[in-house]
Design a protein around this ligand. Structure first.
Ligand SMILES: [Zn+2]
Length: 465
């Protein structure tokens, strides 16, 4: 959806002095600011994200009561204007917003659907801090049958938060698109006995006061909004280090108590193995969360993949942990490139199978290739379709494209390329065109005759491998 420009009917406040972060906020001196766009520019998801600024950090101070399903929060957002602005938008779904300040000064705002427009005159290049205070019952996005229910989903004992593709707005005001990555601080307060799990690492022990416990988590590496989580409930937790020295945080709902040691051990072992294949681990910790949830669902939440309603096997765990490199560290800039996440993570499952002495990647490839009537042959995975974003083709045919590439250029070049890809775009964003260019550069070959049929054309490619 698009929000019409509202700046002309709102009072433009004058900003002066310093923001709490020390950044200066300036009125656009020429008075030539224009409204920031209501979308970040993804043609398939025109209302997702916003234009005119870039977020560097979210500090989320949130209290959640699982019984009343009430969330009260303050989001402090550090950003830089990328143009002269008269107003800018944040994405927020439901909630009552009680106040917004920009640079420490009250700012006028309006809401229309999931768009909140904040009036502020800001010169391009100016860092500014926005504080949004809000409360209410979180409402997940319901987009069946395409994307299902996602975002902040209340559970019996807390919340299950998986937000791909655009569900961060169901729990905090955001520039909700993967093209704008930022670091995060989470200060999460829940009733005593409830555990609150977010991304990154705990900053000290939880503190308790007045019947409530506060967990402080820090994700110091850039993260897309959809990978942020605030999963709460009754959890059993095991922490330690992998053999390779990577800190592990594993948590399971008591229903999955028997899985805790296995989740911990397998997550550490697979993370260490991926370091040997993909290069250095991008983050400071690894692990996983298994929650009691009505439907089987998994998401590669940064540093802590989450598995809902099932006991994850090694294949699923290998997939979600491979995403820490491909999807989480190297992120897409637009949703049509989703195969860069899912094709890579699916291919990682095949590599794990091969490493375990089970089916080889070639055998798995052959099995899929032989099914000439598979619907994925009619869906080119290199351009994921907005109405069918998570089609099997994006996963399986995307993985097959990588295997075809591996056969073409040979193992040495292929794995060198994969490590280079993870290194070149670490903590950033990248596109399919950039991957193809790197593949051609690394191999010294023109590869259009491989990538075009595998990624961009309908029909089963002629040559298997
Ligand atoms: Zn995946």
């Amino acid at each position: 959806m698009l929000t019409k420009a509202l700046s002309s009917v709102l009072v433009v406040i004058t900003l002066a002095g310093c923001s709490p972060s020390g950044a200066s906020d300036q009125v656009d001196p020429a008075g030539s600011g224009t409204a920031g766009a209501a979308g970040i520019g993804d043609p398939d998801f025109p209302a997702d994200g916003n234009g005119g600024y870039d977020v560097s950090h979210y500090a989320l101070t949130l209290g959640y009561d699982p019984q009343s399903r009430h969330l009260a929060g303050t989001a402090t957002i550090d950003a830089t204007a990328t143009q002269n602005l008269s107003s800018f938008n944040l994405d927020l779904h439901a909630f009552t917003v009680s106040s917004v300040t920009v640079g420490g000064h009250p700012a006028a705002f309006t809401r229309s659907g999931d768009e909140m427009t904040v009036t502020a005159g800001l010169a391009g290049g100016t860092p500014f801090q926005t504080v949004v205070t809000y409360q209410g019952e979180p409402k997940p996005v319901r987009d069946s049958p395409n994307l299902g229910t996602y975002g902040f989903v209340p559970t019996k004992d807390g919340s299950f938060v998986t937000a791909e593709p655009n569900g961060a707005k169901t729990w905090f005001p955001a520039n909700d698109h993967p093209a704008d990555k930022a670091t995060y601080d989470f200060r999460l307060t829940v009733p005593d006995g409830v555990t609150a799990i977010a991304n990154g690492e705990l900053a000290g022990q939880p503190t308790s006061a007045g019947g409530k416990t506060t967990f402080v988590w820090r994700e110091t590496h850039p993260m897309t909004t959809y990978l942020a989580t605030m999963t709460t409930g009754n959890f059993l937790v095991k922490t330690g280090d992998s053999e390779g020295g990577i800190p592990i945080y594993a948590a399971v709902d008591p229903r999955y108590q028997s899985q805790l040691n296995r989740l911990y051990e397998v997550s550490g072992r697979i993370t260490d193995y991926w370091v040997s294949v993909f290069g250095p681990y991008p983050f400071k910790s690894t692990g996983g969360v298994v929650d009691d949830f009505p439907s089987g669902y998994a998401l590669e939440n940064q540093t802590k993949p989450i598995y809902g309603g099932f006991e994850p096997d090694e294949g699923i765990i290998s997939h979600e942990l491979a995403h820490q490199w491909f999807g989480d560290s190297v992120s897409i800039s637009r949703w049509k490139d989703l195969w860069l996440n899912e094709g890579f993570a699916t291919y990682a499952e095949w590599l794990w199978s091969e490493h375990q002495g089970q089916g080889t990647a070639q055998q798995i490839f052959d099995r899929h290739y032989l099914n000439a009537n598979d619907p994925m042959w009619n869906y080119p995975p290199g351009a994921a379709q907005k109405g069918d974003l998570f089609n099997n083709s994006v996963y399986t045919r995307g993985a097959m494209a990588l295997h075809a590439l591996r056969k073409r250029v040979g193992d040495d070049t292929f794995f060198k390329l994969i490590r280079q890809w993870a290194s070149d775009h670490r903590y950033g964003n990248a596109t399919t065109e950039q991957f193809i260019a790197l593949a051609e550069k690394t191999s010294g070959q023109k590869l259009g005759d491989l990538f075009n049929p595998w990624l961009f054309e309908k029909g089963r490619p002629q040559t298997a491998t």
